[in-house]
Design a protein around this ligand. Sequence first.
Ligand code: HEM
Ligand code: HEM
Ligand SMILES: [Fe+2]
Length: 454
Amino acid sequence: MTYRTQRVAYLFFATSLLLLSGQILYGFIMAFAHMGLDVLHDYIPFHVARATHTNLLIMWLLSGFMGATYFLIPEETQNEIYSEKLAVIQWASYVLVGVVAIVGFHFSWWEGRKFLEIPRPLDYLVVVNVLLFIFNIGMTMWRGKTRTATAGVLYAGLVAAALLYIPGMIHTDHQTHDSFWRWWVVHLWVEGVWELILGGLLSFLLLKLTGMDREIVEKWLYVIVGLTFMSGILGTGHHYYFIGTPSYWLWIGAIFSALEPLAFLAMAIYAVVLAKKGGRRHPNQSALLWTIGCAILSFVGAGFLGFAHTLPAVNRYTHGTLVTAMHGHLAFWGAYAMIVFAIISYAMPQLTGRKLYDSPIASLAFWASNIGMVSMTAALAVAGVTQVYLERKVGMDFLAVQKELEIHFLGMILAACLFTLGIGAFIYNFIRYGLPTNDRVGNVYGPEEPEKIA
Ligand code: HEM
Ligand code: HEM
Ligand SMILES: [Fe+2]
């Protein structure tokens, strides 16, 4: 690496992979429960497993984003991190709050609001933690030698994500109001400001891996940011169809959310075109594979599968079924999990000075996890469509339908095993890299990688 303080990223990456392992464990618990094998019910009932699974997901992704930021900002600003000590304190307090939240869920200390289950006192600690992070990165940028659009978009996304945590803390005793504000967090995160974080990280990786000019790469970045805001903000309306909000949301939600896939399509074209045009064969092909894979699968999972149930005429049948879970899995995987894997793949050789990217293990990690996740999505799609048909068209009872769906979860579990094999391979490779070096070893990719800044 070029800047010694970049090594703090390692702590966040390792945490990220550890939390992901926990998420997978709880995924299996739920998949077995869906099959009728709810053997842990007395200790970990379904709602606890679900809250743990989804909160671990958010936590490991945020940890990955923070690690990515600590790695990337020194390079984009040509400056060491403002305070490495503060970064380590921020990491430790993040882990502490996360562990307390997860343990709390198992003792019914939670708010039963999907994705925002973390109890209020811990919310305040999350806010303090994120402020520390934003401050440390902000100071690094302020003191930096260069200001790039890539760093700016990433930072804007992080600050906006922190601000958007607040609507979820507004107190109300009305179900509709509560739901209304909950979507400001959930929707405006994944279909708004997290897309800026994704765009910033994609831009950084494409600059490094393809050797294209910064001017061209960053022009595209602005197009993506524009498309995201044009569609995503009012696209929130696709969650206001049936929660007690006025009926004009049916139109607003339908029109704007139907445009949302454009931002993801632009990202996919961006990555593929730049990789082709760049004409440079970067030595770390595995990082490039994760980067391009991310851009393409985020279009499939978020854009295509999101569109599939976004119009009110469809959503009135699919709302809250396994069709939603199908889309949730591939969208989160394609857009946000894969970008974290891409940056870890790119950064680890730089952090440790070891070059383990060109190995069969790295290929196994990519292909097994991706084929596994696409197959899990397919299993959920079949189960979801069957559920919609039996429950909402035929009118069968909810629990009777769940019984009919059990067999599909056998398929899901088989696919999940393949997925887990891929993740296992990735973690194995991560461990083989060892700890970051204490020396500045410069750029391990050498002259193969363009060094131009601004
Ligand atoms: C990376 C981006 C995205 C991610 C991570 C994502 C993830 C999710 C998740 C987890 C849910 C369930 C939320 C809950 O019930 O609390 C959801 C719901 C939904 N998403 Fe997405 N999504 C993304 C993009 C999109 C896009 C672009 C569209 C439309 C084109 C879309 C359409 C929908 C719809 C209509 C629902 C509501 C489903 C229901 O009524 O049950 N999503 N999404
Ligand atoms: C071994 C791997 C996994 C298994 C077996 C698994 C299984 C499940 C199950 C059974 C559910 C509950 C569906 C329901 O409510 O009935 C669920 C929810 C969810 N999982 Fe996973 N999962 C796995 C990995 C992942 C990964 C890697 C991600 C993200 C990248 C993810 C994202 C989600 C999301 C967002 C939800 C909530 C969906 C919704 O709101 O409807 N899961 N998972
Ligand atoms: Fe949404």
